[in-house]
Design a protein around this ligand. Structure first.
Ligand code: MEV
Length: 327
């Protein structure tokens, strides 16, 4: 693999279909990649510096000496994933003399589509391309997952799998299993609650609940796992009614973990009453997006219901391509 001066890679955002929260505790989930992408441009430099531009999050010309990275200095939140990914890449594959990283997103970081994970995957993949390392998808996952854990301390890594493999993926915590599923695009309507939720906060909140009610919460995780296993079967069969019913069951279980909100429930009930087969939050809860599994004839009505209930319809297609080098 030869060296390139400059490479642009893009990776998709994601939506969790089944299994959030339980997947943090050695359980499976099913995630799908969406066709809104995050672009990362990587360019080699020779002066020992990392320069980051991320205009979408108001960051221009952030500069750091590669030699200083890893020192416990305060790093702006917007650059944490980039800087940690660069640092982990260089630790694994030394010899980088300097690098420019620019990011640009087709989706708002507020939606919970996994922008931090998509950025991380883009940085690692882009650096491998520019600095001539032929890394496998598994290596890309492992370095990216290390980065996410360094920055956030928690997380299953499912969103990295969506960003790397694309399509719809059956995934077990930390990538213990990553199995692409053979299903087409799903008839989802996506509603944004208008509230940006912080994933780590809700993962920690569930951890606290589990400390207090360990057996009960573990039983809920086991039930969520049952939903995921059954969800895998019915998604592959294309049984619309059952997919919807399982989403409703999954939503009830998430509610019992305390991660739903009035805004989410408002949208969920509105779409169910307007003809969706079923609906649930997607992600950590606390806000972000909900998904409604919707027959084609009810789509318009479901979209109207989301708007009427105060949400914003986000137009995305599922099963999008994983990380790729742009021409
Ligand atoms: C957040 O989008 C999904 C969680 O399961 C966290 C994770 O899996 O990393 C809550």
């Amino acid at each position: 693999m030869g060296l390139k001066e400059r490479v642009e890679v893009s990776s998709p955002g994601k939506l969790m279909l089944f299994g959030e929260h339980a997947v943090v505790y050695d359980q499976p989930c099913i995630v799908t990649a969406v066709n809104q992408r995050l672009m990362v441009t990587v360019e080699a430099r020779e002066d020992g510096k990392l320069v980051v531009n991320a205009p979408d999050v108001g960051l221009e010309g952030y500069t750091r000496n590669l030699a200083d990275m890893g020192k416990k200095e305060k790093v702006p939140k917007a650059v944490k994933f980039v800087e940690t990914a660069v640092s982990n890449y260089i630790e694994a594959y030394p010899g980088v003399k300097g690098v420019n990283i620019s990011t640009r997103s087709q989706f708002s970081s507020k939606f919970g589509f996994g922008s931090s994970s998509a950025v991380t995957v883009g940085v690692v993949k882009g650096m491998a391309e520019v600095f001539g390392k032929n890394i496998s998808d598994r290596e890309l996952f492992d370095l990216s997952y290390k980065t996410v854990l360094n920055v956030q301390g928690v997380g299953s890594g499912f969103d990295l799998a969506a960003a790397i493999w694309g399509g719809t993926v059956y995934f077990v915590t930390g990538g213990k299993e990553i199995s692409p599923m053979d299903i087409g695009e799903l008839p989802l309507v996506v509603g944004y609650t208008g509230i940006k939720a912080d994933t780590s906060t809700f993962v920690r909140q569930v951890a606290e609940l589990r400390e207090e009610y360990t057996d009960m919460v573990d039983s809920i995780f086991n039930l969520i796992s049952d939903v995921v296993e059954e969800g895998k079967v019915v998604l592959e069969q294309g049984s619309q009614r059952k997919i919807g019913e399982l989403m409703d069951i999954n939503q009830g279980l998430l509610n019992s973990l305390g991660v739903s909100t009035p805004e989410i429930e408002n949208l969920v009930f509105a779409v169910r009453q307007s003809g969706a087969h079923g609906a649930k939050l997607s992600g950590a809860g606390g806000g972000d997006c909900m998904i409604a599994y919707t027959p084609a004839f009810a789509r318009r009505k479901v979209e109207e219901a989301i708007k009427y209930a105060g949400g914003v319809v986000i137009d995305v297609k599922t099963g999008a391509e994983g990380v790729r080098v742009e021409p």
